[in-house]
Design a binder for this molecule. Structure first.
Ligand code: FCB
Length: 447
């Protein structure tokens, strides 16, 4: 495992190795695929604004058309069904259903998601709904966005309205996708929308994301909604670059920043003390009662895994030094890291059910004679599914696995240059073509 395998004979995973109830799926998010940026009353999101500065996006693109999923819904639902998956993970575009992020609802926006959940149901596919996958209404950003505590109540209202309208036809609801990304990449490094560069704001934003999660869970449960509720976190095991004490200490701190900063408040009701100390004056303002609100019982936790990380106190870690192949994102391919991550979480926390809510890779994907022979992605997916299985054999309660992504799409600051799909999208014609990895996933799911 871990090396790119080109030998199809070494692909050994079978559907029957997993429990019959295991949820096999594919995942997307609203801004990355929908397009229809100015259609039917959708309001602008922070990603529309962010894309207006060409230097923010590698290919100077934006999400106005993307995969045009909004206008190709039926075709895409048929595509999803053709894979034989049990579930589809998608997100709601908040500015499509509530253009200003508070006040009036946009009926046309809700109509689209009604057709989506109805279409999934007709095809026998479970809907895994995510409320927030980063496309905040710009109007809320204009009031401070996630840095303004008032947003927690706006998010809660939005969450309840989505559940009121669509909840009867979804299998699960997730509040946030990857709060670390929103907090750190959006507000500390500024490489993602809204592009701020302020550590104090970043951690306050992170706190409000978690608080809004806890408030939404309570409000949704108060509606007598019975289905599983959870949150999705991006996680990696983080290793010291050497056994030198300063590298070991750096790795521990980085683990605190990426993993424990979210897992501890959600599952233990407190932020990790070492990170609080390291933040000093940049630690978030926490009101009395906030931590109890955050630590609501979780029905599931979603884990997005792509790679592992190393920490080095004196310099930046050179990813090439592992000798393992890298994806087009420059991320090391290391499937055992998924097993290590899951077993570590299982050892350190009392976990609810776990779903691998995202896993996949960007590869070159040349189209030759109308086909994409993406053996590298196929091997990546195979090895990570196997790594999931290994963790399950060691006692981790993993209930499902979702490939990121159903189709090539707008990869945030990388624009359309990085392709993660198991389905190829030709951005000129918007034609979809199943890659070899999709055909393999399809055959795996046939059993
Ligand atoms: C994750 C995001 C997802 C996608 C993948 C590659 O961090 O949740 O939208 O961009 O990375």
């Amino acid at each position: 495992m871990g090396k790119v395998s080109s030998d199809i004979q070494s692909l050994v995973i079978k559907k029957s190795d997993f429990p019959a109830s295991f949820t096999w799926g594919v995942a997307t998010s609203s801004f990355q695929i929908e397009g229809a940026g100015q259609q039917d009353g959708r309001g602008p999101s922070i990603w529309d604004t962010f894309c207006e500065t060409p230097a923010h996006i590698a290919d100077q693109s934006n999400g106005l058309v993307a995969c045009d999923h909004y206008n190709r819904l039926d075709e895409d639902l048929d595509l999803i069904a053709s894979l034989g998956v049990k579930a589809y993970r998608f997100s709601i575009s908040w500015p499509r259903v509530q253009p200003l992020g508070q006040g009036a609802w946009n009926e046309a926006g809700f109509d689209f998601y009604e057709r989506l959940v109805d279409g999934l149901r007709q095809r026998g596919i479970e809907a895994f709904l995510t409320l927030y996958h980063w496309d905040l209404p710009q109007a809320l950003q204009d009031q401070g966005g996630w840095n303004n505590r008032d947003i927690c109540q706006h998010f809660c209202n939005y969450a309840c309205e989505v559940v009121r309208r669509l909840g009867d036809r979804v299998a699960t609801v997730c509040t946030h996708n990857e709060p670390w990304v929103v907090s750190i990449l959006g507000h500390e490094t500024g490489i993602f929308a809204p592009g701020l560069k302020d550590r104090k704001i970043a951690y306050q934003v992170g706190h409000h994301l978690l608080l809004s999660h806890g408030m939404a869970l309570q409000a949704i449960r108060a509606m007598s909604f019975q289905k599983p509720l959870g949150i999705v976190l991006n996680q990696s095991p983080i290793y010291p670059a050497s056994q030198a004490p300063e590298d070991v200490a750096k790795a521990r701190l980085d683990d605190g920043i990426v993993v424990r900063w979210y897992m501890d408040p959600l599952l233990k009701g407190a932020y990790p003390a070492d990170v609080i100390e390291w933040l000093g004056d940049d630690a978030p303002e926490v009101h009395a009662g906030d931590m109890a609100q955050i630590a609501q019982p979780l029905d599931f936790i979603g884990v997005n895994y792509y790679t592992r990380n190393f920490s080095c106190a004196s310099q930046t870690w050179d990813v090439a030094s592992t000798g393992n192949p890298l994806t087009e994102m420059g991320w090391e391919i290391y499937a055992p890291g998924l097993t290590e991550l899951l077993t570590r979480l299982h050892a350190d926390y009392t976990l609810p059910a776990v779903y691998i809510t995202e896993n996949g890779g960007a590869f070159k994907d040349p189209m030759v004679n109308g086909q994409v022979d993406d053996q590298d992605r196929l091997a990546y997916l195979h090895d990570h599914i196997q790594a999931t299985h290994t963790a399950m054999a060691q006692g981790v309660d993993v209930r499902g696995y979702f490939v990121w992504s159903l189709m090539d799409n707008f990869e945030w600051a990388s624009g359309y240059e990085k392709r993660f799909g198991i389905v190829h999208v030709d951005y000129a014609s918007l034609r979809r073509t199943l890659k070899q990895s999709a055909l393999w996933y399809q055959s795996l799911l046939k059993g």
